[in-house]
Design a protein around this ligand. Structure first.
Ligand SMILES: Cc1cc2nc3c(=O)[nH]c(=O)nc-3n(C[C@H](O)[C@H](O)[C@H](O)COP(=O)(O)OP(=O)(O)OC[C@H]3O[C@@H](n4cnc5c(N)ncnc54)[C@H](O)[C@@H]3O)c2cc1C
Length: 376
């Protein structure tokens, strides 16, 4: 079996921008395009939006006798944001807008009409367009996805097959600081995770919910290692290797004694109630020397497929992975391979129908929110 799949255009995120980008790229038949969507239950902004489309000079406006032009649209935007924008970019976007609104109507069958009833601040003439029936962003996304499904060279990849690695996000401090609880990090120089990482975002959100306000120190992993050794920061958060510490943390530990700080069960419940999209894991006792089991946030990596992958193929693929699970640690040093049930327990996005069949066969309960419509 050939495992390589190459695409010419890889789009990350299947919201308004990603779907439109993929559709436009897919117009070139020689390009192979894939949209990778994490498929959160919380949905994209596009899906929950009102789905109104601001555009000037469309045929819908002309039919309603409204005189408008992209330049006027741009001036309205610039006036409303008091010039805090790049004028050229605003004008370019406003100039493209009517073409895209008409494209949605003509190429995708989105039932566009002018919507003078849906007013927004700052527009000097009626230029918001909506779908007939005002069903909003959900309909817009549905029609964009229908266009995608009809394009033979575009694949939408959003159904999880199996989890191949799990990394506990560990909060670590220099032992000599005497800090024994995450609550003592307020006001202290602390790196929430390397710049741009999921760990950085998780730490910010989790600490924010608990009211912990460190003096955030932004930097990459190599700088964190130096800053810890030089005692410029008290600690940092870092995704581990499985439940244990990763190589960079081990490197620091060769020179600086470290302490790992857990979240309590109460912390976990509080954060989960406020931010349900953050995944958690109970780190087993002994994973960190001298520590019992404890809660922490987790970084997960899944293998996903398009729902167009035949269920039987997905089933055989997932089964082959778990039947041959002794081979997995040779390529990934995570711990996911030890427990196929974690794929069904920890996933935040729907699983592929073929994968669901396999996990159910093993006796795992797949929660309703992970079962996509085609698998019901
Ligand atoms: C309530 C509400 C009403 C709004 N109404 C309007 C309106 O009427 N008109 C208007 O023009 N704008 C409106 N907006 C704004 C509009 O929805 C956004 O500007 C637009 O959706 C942004 O498009 P996007 O593709 O950047 O983001 P999104 O539409 O949010 O899409 C981002 C996608 O990326 C996915 N994703 C994120 N991270 C990853 C990852 N690491 N890997 C894979 N996938 C990932 C997400 O799951 C999501 O599906 C509204 C917004 C809201 C919240």
């Amino acid at each position: 079996m050939n495992w390589d799949y190459e695409v010419d255009v890889a789009v990350v995120g299947g919201g308004a921008c990603g779907l439109m980008t993929a559709l436009r790229a897919g117009h070139s038949p020689s390009l192979r395009v894939a949209v990778f969507e994490k498929g959160s239950r919380l949905m994209s902004n596009a899906q929950i939006s009102s789905g109104t489309l601001a555009a000037a000079g469309t045929r819908f406006q002309k039919a309603a006798g409204i005189v408008d032009a992209p330049e006027r649209h741009a001036e309205d935007v610039i006036r409303k944001n008091h010039g805090r924008c790049d004028r050229d970019v605003v004008l370019a976007l406003c100039s493209a807008a009517p073409r895209y609104v008409e494209y949605l109507a003509d190429a995708l069958g989105h039932p566009v009409e002018l919507a003078p009833d849906m007013s927004r601040v700052g527009h000097s003439v009626p230029r918001l367009h909506s779908d007939k029936g005002r069903t909003g962003g959900a309909t817009l996304v549905k029609n964009l996805k229908r266009g995608l499904a009809a394009a033979p060279n575009i694949t939408f990849v959003d159904k999880l097959l199996w989890m191949y690695s799990i990394s506990a996000n560990l909060v670590v401090v220099r032992e000599e600081t005497g800090i024994k609880s995450i609550y003592e990090l307020s006001g202290k120089k602390f790196n929430p995770g390397f710049r741009g990482s999921a760990v950085e975002k998780s730490s910010e959100v989790a600490f924010g919910v608990l009211g912990i306000k460190p003096d955030w120190q932004r930097m990459g992993t190599a700088d964190v290692v130096d800053a810890m050794k030089d005692k410029r920061i008290v600690g940092f958060a870092k995704a581990g290797a499985g439940y244990g510490h990763d190589a960079s943390t081990m490197d620091i530990a060769t020179q600086v004694p470290l302490r790992t700080l857990p979240y309590s069960e109460e912390d976990m419940k509080k954060i989960k109630a406020a931010r349900p999209h953050i995944p958690w894991v109970k780190v087993p006792a002994g994973s960190i020397k001298g520590m019992g089991e404890f809660w922490t946030t987790v970084s997960l990596a899944f293998v996903a497929a398009s729902k167009d992958m035949p269920p039987e193929l997905a089933y055989r693929l997932v089964k082959a992975i778990w039947d041959g699970q002794e081979h997995q640690p040779q390529s990934v040093m995570g711990v996911a391979y030890k427990n196929p049930g974690l794929s069904a327990q920890l996933a935040l996005s729907p699983l592929h129908a073929g994968a669901i069949k396999y996990y159910r066969e093993l006796g795992f309960k797949v929660p309703d929110h992970l079962v996509p419509p085609e698998a019901k």
